[in-house]
Design a binder for this molecule. Sequence first.
Ligand code: SF4
Length: 256
Amino acid sequence: MGTVFDIKEFAVHDGPGIRTTVFLKGCPLFCSWCHNPEGISSKPQVMCGSGGERIAGKEYTPEELAAILNGQAEVLRTNEGGVTFSGGEPLCQTKFVAEVIELLNNIHIVLDTCGYGSEEDFRLLAGKSDLVYFDLKLIDAKAHRHHTGAGNEPILHNLKILSTMAKPFIIRVPLIPQVTDTDRNLSAIASAIRNLQGLACVELLPYNKAAAGKYKSAGVEFRPTYEQWREVNINQSIFTDAGLKVRVVGQQKRKA
Ligand code: SF4
């Protein structure tokens, strides 16, 4: 069984074409800017909003989820899209996600990951995907631990593994004011990725200022480690100067 907190149809920011995005429960990080706080716990939880209560998190067998996704396969293929596994963090439910992918009928797969997991799990899911969205937040390990609750060593290790897998990937950098968006951090990211095989481009994601609102309904304390209303530094030239393709992606994307 796997636990999913949302299945978003007709998604246009989670990979090529029109996609269905599956949001999986559970994340090993706790980024202070996360705008899916209901995705962090691995268990179903009650969300209290203005429209009343709802449960975030529903259990599926691999066969049940695959049947839903296969039912959309023709529409997804016609629109040059596919299925994106996001979260939360798909690597927290590796076995389940791998089983679902095995049951899908010729559907393009994107793995949207923070990269934090065992090498074995990462190799398995990246290997079954057509494209990987790899989030990279902070290169400094101490700062990473402070802002996300965990070190970045497994992430940087899996990034190196990814570059040996002959798999196209996109680096996604959430821009958090004076945390991830500093020229120093962006330069460190550019240096770390500039020679990686398979890198298609870098996407910069200005953070979602509305994130705070969801915490109350999820019953999670919102403790930002950044100044919420500060404008972000969008310095694309750091990447272009390093010979990398870069683009800025809007705030519609839900995972960061
Ligand atoms: S922002 Fe992404 S990696 Fe960070 S806690 Fe939220 S889901 Fe996990």
